[in-house]
Ligand binder design. Structure first.
Ligand SMILES: [Zn+2]
Ligand SMILES: [Zn+2]
Length: 173
């Protein structure tokens, strides 16, 4: 016998289901919009409609340098990032109605990056729930959410549905 899923698990499962539509070979991200207990939108990271996606044209990689603190020592780390796709959170904002976002929650598989967080902070949503951490932008994103009074929480004990969360080739630590 299985126990009934709580709402957090239910909606984060939906975000993971949406992420399976992504064709970026580096990262699959899904997001859903929830108002009350109602699902009002779902999105994933992808190229604009009608444009070749990562599986057809390959990822569009840019290199970036990031300052990281490793065991007390600051180090410059070179990273690659795919910029072909519109992030799931941004697609969610493109395809949902502003009215539907008022006092709503966004469930997203990954902690939003700075740009997505900035947009979400101005979108009407009042809660963001995520699963996988994204440390790079975490400090400034958390501060922004605090300033805006947006509930920002991670479901640490959550486990994605089988087959929806393949290992990421290049973890964005
Ligand atoms: Zn890609
Ligand atoms: Zn983003």
């Amino acid at each position: 016998m299985t126990t009934r899923k709580d709402w957090d698990t239910y909606f984060l499962d939906m975000a993971y289901m949406a992420s399976t539509r992504s064709r970026c070979t580096r990262r699959h991200v899904g997001a859903v919009l929830v108002q009350g207990k109602k699902l009002l939108g779902a999105a994933y990271n992808g190229a604009p409609m009608g444009v070749p996606d990562c599986s057809e044209a390959g990822c569009m990689l840019v290199e970036e340098y990031e300052l990281q603190n490793l065991e007390g020592a600051e180090q410059v780390i070179k990273k690659q990032r795919c910029i072909r796709t519109i992030h799931a959170e941004q697609n969610l904002l493109l395809f949902t109605d502003p009215k539907d976002r008022e006092n709503s929650a966004v469930y997203v598989t990954d902690q939003p990056c700075w740009t997505c967080s900035n947009m979400l902070a101005n979108s009407g949503v009042t809660e963001i729930v995520y699963h996988r951490p994204y440390n790079k932008d975490s400090t400034k994103v958390t501060a922004l959410m605090e300033q805006k009074g947006i509930i920002f929480r991670r479901l640490e004990t959550y486990t994605p549905p089988p087959g929806t969360s393949e290992p990421i080739k290049d973890p964005l630590v």
